[in-house]
Design a protein around this ligand. Structure first.
Ligand SMILES: [Zn+2]
Length: 217
């Protein structure tokens, strides 16, 4: 299989991460970001959590800072859209994303998947590709009670270290998630192992994405 890199060690890569809630980006693409940083890619990251009001703002910021510790630069934006009601705030979220598009010029965007069963996640997916039309968009996946896993077409193999760090940071920073019975190391490692199996990852683990379009130069 011919493999295509997002960036080589030493390259500069501008990344936009979009997540509805404070743990989404970390769960879906945290390992990929940690791997790129560990490989020596110079990441400039714009990290946006659209619903991170009140008590979740501090944990969202702390977690993002921990994941981005080695980034060349980063900025974190926390929105205050109402959790669970994104479809009815579509107009406001689209305006927010249009304003964001004026400020950032990413090489790659990580966003929610169109197959996601959560209404907030689907809304962000729909608006990402609606607003950002000239970008590589990688749609990440989030395990959940609804059981919405599907076939993915893009894989990023993870080192054992990157996966361990992702899981440790998730457990450390999202105390409020511990009431969710699925939020544990086995869920994250199990999913990464299955995706790693599908792409024959050298260290056995991977994150998987859907890329709807990409252009070969
Ligand atoms: Zn979420």
């Amino acid at each position: 299989m011919r493999k295509i890199s997002l960036a080589a060690p030493g390259d500069r890569l501008s990344v936009l991460c979009l997540g509805a809630h404070s743990d989404d980006i970390e769960i879906g693409a945290g390992g990929t970001i940690l791997s790129l940083l560990a490989e020596g890619v110079q990441l400039d990251v714009h990290w946006c959590v659209l619903s991170a009001g009140n008590e979740r703002a501090a944990e969202a910021r702390r977690s993002a800072e921990a994941f981005l510790q080695r980034a060349a630069s980063y900025s974190i934006e926390l929105g205050a859209f109402q959790d669970s009601f994104f479809p009815s705030q579509s107009r406001e979220i689209k305006s927010w994303l249009l304003a964001l598009r004026e400020r950032v010029h990413p090489d790659v965007i990580f966003t929610h998947s169109g197959e996601d069963a959560h209404q907030d996640h689907r809304e962000i997916n729909k608006l990402t590709t609606n607003v950002f039309r000239d970008h590589l968009v990688m749609e990440y996946e989030i395990p959940k009670w609804d059981g919405d896993f599907c076939r993915r077409n893009t894989y990023v193999p993870l080192s054992e270290d990157a996966l361990n760090m992702k899981v440790a940071l998730l457990l450390e920073h999202f105390g409020t998630q511990r009431s969710k019975d699925w939020f544990d190391a086995e869920t994250f490692r199990g999913l990464a192992r299955l995706r790693g199996m599908e792409c024959r990852a050298p260290a056995r683990f991977a994150e998987a994405f859907t890329v709807r379009k990409f252009v070969l130069a």
